[in-house]
Design a protein around this ligand. Structure first.
Ligand SMILES: NC(=O)c1ccc[n+]([C@@H]2O[C@H](COP(=O)([O-])OP(=O)(O)OC[C@H]3O[C@@H](n4cnc5c(N)ncnc54)[C@H](OP(=O)(O)O)[C@@H]3O)[C@@H](O)[C@H]2O)c1
Length: 324
């Protein structure tokens, strides 16, 4: 029987139990893949703690992975047995084998190896929709990206820089400043010792930035609003530090007719054409070398609990991969 990490109830990392599961059988439109690498994401923490509701228990967490198709359910046309594939946004990744809808899989080009794919699919498609389709950044813009040495941040900052955007990044602690610079940040603000708003104002001649990408949430949201230029856009796309309290919308007028959005990847890769286009653009920019996928840490799947502890403790940089 294959092994998986199973959650029987919400709680701390110790609730992530390594267990044998019955071999899953693909239903209509589904395939079974044997996974070679699995990506760790902060959303896995939200689902483990109960901040986001798991559909049912027992629950296998994880939303990102790569592997080889080994069985097809009835009516599958998108892939064939033996294909090398990857996916993002479908729970159940922390397992040696899994089933998922065939229309959520994308083929991997030769230039992208399995570990890289598992490290980039969810974080990289997030970077793609945030930059191109949500905030629509332009060459010459100045933006602020929080957690610039993290998983999404590492990819998005490199990509924005490649587009000709001036990226100001924030990180927690001096050890991550160098990494954020390597990720293309023109300037890096250490949130543990520096005032975010004062530094952004100083770095923009008092003007503020065109867009702020904030996945930290509770600890940074108020500062993020104050870093924007008039008619700038705050993209709140996560809450690693906690949930943002309700916002008085009249503040948006007072602070310069600001825009705020709270997007999630699922709505930007909802259709198969959107998914294929987003993944294609990501594979292309990675294959070109303009964006490099940094795998900061690799853990055996059975050590998923330790990987969660390290992610929550802000110990990781770049992407983290679990190996089945
Ligand atoms: N909406 C979407 O479509 C979408 C998709 C993917 C990810 N996300 C969100 O994007 C964020 C990044 O995801 P990721 O998987 O790539 O994680 P990550 O950025 O590798 O890790 C989170 C980072 O947030 C920073 N952080 C600041 N305060 C924190 C706190 N109190 N506790 C923990 N971390 C804190 C830390 O960086 P510093 O120490 O440098 O500050 C930490 O390394 C998450 O909030 C995630 O939910 C959203």
């Amino acid at each position: 029987m294959p092994n998986a990490i199973v959650l029987h109830e919400v709680g701390g990392p110790e609730k992530l139990q390594f267990e044998s599961i019955p071999e899953p059988v693909p239903g209509p439109g589904q395939v079974r893949i044997r996974q070679t690498a699995i990506g760790l994401n902060f959303i896995d923490v939200y689902l483990r703690t109960g901040l986001y509701k798991a559909p049912a228990f027992p629950f296998i967490p994880g939303q990102e992975g790569a592997g080889v198709v080994e069985a097809l359910g009835p009516g599958v046309a998108e892939v064939a047995v033996g294909d090398r594939v990857a996916y993002a946004g479908v729970n159940g990744a922390y397992a040696e084998v899994r089933v998922l809808p065939a229309d959520r899989l994308v083929h991997l080009p030769d230039g992208v190896d399995d570990r890289t794919a598992a490290a980039m699919m969810l974080k990289g498609m997030t970077a793609e929709y945030l930059l191109f389709r949500c905030a629509r950044v332009q060459a010459g813009d100045t933006i602020l990206f929080h957690a610039a040495a993290g998983g999404v941040g590492s990819i998005a900052c490199q990509w924005a820089r490649a587009l000709g955007v001036r990226v100001l990044g924030t990180v927690g602690g001096p050890a991550k400043v160098r990494r954020a610079k390597d990720n293309g940040c023109a300037e890096v603000i250490d949130t543990k010792s520096e005032d975010i708003v004062a530094r952004v104002k100083a770095l923009t001649g008092g003007a503020g930035v065109a867009a702020v990408f904030d996945s930290v949430g509770k600890d940074t949201f108020a500062a993020s609003l104050d870093c924007l230029r008039p008619r700038g856009m705050l993209v709140l796309f996560g809450q690693s530090s906690g949930v943002v309290p309700p916002l008085d919308l009249s503040q948006l007028a007072a602070k310069g007719s600001l825009f705020v959005t709270r997007p999630t990847m699922g709505h930007y890769v909802a259709t198969r054409p959107e998914l294929v286009a987003s993944a294609g653009r990501l594979c292309e920019v990675v294959s070109s070398g303009a964006v490099r996928i940094e795998i900061g840490r690799i853990y055996p799947l059975r050590d998923a609990a330790q990987a969660h502890r390290d992610l929550e403790a802000r110990q990781t940089t770049g992407s983290t991969v679990l190996l089945p």
